[in-house]
Design a protein around this ligand. Sequence first.
Ligand SMILES: Nc1ncnc2c1ncn2[C@@H]1O[C@H](COP(=O)(O)OP(=O)(O)OP(=O)(O)O)[C@@H](O)[C@H]1O
Ligand SMILES: [Mg+2]
Length: 316
Amino acid sequence: MTQSTTSTAQALLKTDLPLPGRRQGKVRDIYETTVDGKAALVIVASDRISAFDVVMENGLPGKGIVLTQISNFWFDRVATELSGSISHHLISTDPADIDGISDEQRASLERRVMIGRKTKVVPIECVVRGYLAGSGWKEYQQSQKVCGLKLPDGLRQCSRLAEPIFTPATKEQSGHDENISFERACELVGTELMTTLRDLSLKIYALGHDHAASRGIILADTKFEFGQTEDGALLLIDEVLTPDSSRFWPAARYAEGRDQESYDKQYVRNYLEELVGEGKWDKTPPGPALPSDVVQNTMAKYLEAYEALTGRELEL
Ligand SMILES: Nc1ncnc2c1ncn2[C@@H]1O[C@H](COP(=O)(O)OP(=O)(O)OP(=O)(O)O)[C@@H](O)[C@H]1O
Ligand SMILES: [Mg+2]
């Protein structure tokens, strides 16, 4: 670790830009704009943190910057290495390209904004798993299947799969996303599109997995989103291969048959499970405030992930 994690900066919890179409995801604030006459989105990663699909009362100062920079790193690689297969939504990361906001507002967006092509989001979460964790492990224990795919018996928690598998989920407007079979996903959005998305997802996972492996990190699983532009182009959208959308594990400490240490919000989830155990929270909104040690430890993990994956340093 080269980066001090005792930053006293304030967390950016919400933005209020004088732009149309404002909506708020759990983590990002989104506005509409146009770039070269085409519909675009201003996507601002706030410092909000969600766990169990609930946003916590306080944020993690700088988290939005770290996540945006990780996504940017991967968008670049996807553009370079898979240029013939898929394009992404990113047009610019420079707040100077946003019309109609003040210099002060531009400064607040520095390193945490993506200006992306506006798309119609395909309502399927394109999940790829190379290892058996989370809801995949849960399903396997019940049925030896994940999203309708039969797996060999004898697999253990976090076992590496012989081949990465594509395990789609619905994108629920509210509540938890639900794992579905590939066939069901085809019924929902069409077989041709879904087959394309599956093949692309597996390709991008492989790219991420191999790069991460070269940096001593296991990319256990991840989720991609895709969208279609008005002129019919299919684009990789949203965030890519970040600790919020993926499970990254330090390879040196990996062992199957147990939970793994990870570069993500495990501290937050552990803390929240304690609260739940004590009957102080029931996993419904509003989320509780996170104590400062949980905030600092989690930020340290995000920064460690950034530095390990990119080989670069980030000043917050
Ligand atoms: N290029 C794009 N075009 C249209 N929508 C996009 C694009 N990129 C990202 N989005 C959408 O912007 C939102 C990002 O916000 P955020 O990740 O905070 O939402 P969320 O609470 O995770 O909701 P969701 O579960 O829908 O992702 C997502 O709904 C995502 O689908
Ligand atoms: Mg999201």
